[in-house]
Design a protein around this ligand. Structure first.
Ligand code: B4P
Length: 218
């Protein structure tokens, strides 16, 4: 399957993507994680991305689209992928359509994770991620690691992201409303959008998403 996960910052895209990708045996492709990997390796792409991410802005399409297409072209994505955080504006959505058409492929679904704004702010304030692998995500209250400050999966140190400060979160929500929300209508016009209520336990949200995907393939 080829799936896009969309939703405001902190909706739980990365959290759900990790479980869904495992259940569906397809790679989890997160542009946020790709940027964070470049930042921790100190690459020129990472240096450029960091200034935008720290300000709560989108990294320019000129950098993001090529990076996402390169990742979708890896051998492990030949039979499907789960895109987390890409596309994030109409330009990226149109480029993705061109890429898929050019490879004779199509999307199966766009899962829209729906969460009220006050909940999103609480989730981001408590988010802790692993220094060794930023796809390992926890929450100080709602999704605690067994040992405080230590990743359950790989033992890495947990830390708070630079772009999770209150001011930056406000910018990121504004950017979401102005630039990312329009892609939901774009995909509604293609009859691809399935809305997933994303309040409740992490496992309950995964069950809702899996049930929605199962219903699509029946
Ligand atoms: P991302 O890395 O995509 O992160 P996000 O949108 O902030 O969060 P996500 O929805 O994945 O939430 P999570 O699972 O962690 O983006 C970061 C930045 O990268 C962007 O601001 C932008 O600058 C840049 N970027 C990325 N892609 C780009 C693109 N395509 N174009 C341009 N720029 C791009 O969950 C949040 C917290 O909630 C966690 O602590 C989690 O444990 C908790 N949680 C999750 N589910 C929960 C539940 N059901 N109940 C309670 N808590 C829950």
């Amino acid at each position: 399957m080829r799936i896009v996960l969309v939703g405001p910052p902190g909706a739980g895209k990365g959290t759900q993507a990790a479980y869904l990708a495992k259940n569906l045996a397809i790679p989890h492709i997160s542009t946020g994680d790709l940027f964070r990997a470049n930042i921790s390796q100190g690459t020129p792409l990472g240096l450029e991305a960091k200034s935008y991410m720290d300000a709560g802005q989108l990294v320019p399409d000129s950098v993001t689209i090529g990076m996402a297409e390169d990742r979708m072209g890896h051998a492990d994505a030949a039979n499907g992928f789960l895109l987390d955080g890409f596309p994030r504006n109409l330009g990226q959505a149109e480029s993705l359509d061109d890429y898929l058409k050019g490879h004779d492929l199509k999307l199966d679904a766009v899962l829209d994770l729906e969460v009220p704004e006050d909940e999103v702010v609480k989730r981001i304030a408590g988010r802790r991620i692993c220094r060794k692998d930023s796809s390992h995500v926890f929450h100080a209250e709602y999704n605690k690691p067994e040992t405080e400050g230590v990743c359950d999966v790989c033992g890495g140190e947990l830390y708070q992201r630079d772009d999770d400060s209150e001011d930056t979160v406000r910018n990121r929500l504004e950017v979401y409303h102005t630039q990312t929300e329009p892609i939901i209508d774009y995909y509604k016009a293609q009859d691809l959008v399935v809305t997933i209520p994303a309040l409740g336990k992490v496992s309950e949200v995964t069950e809702r998403a899996m049930a929605a995907l199962k219903a699509l393939s029946e």
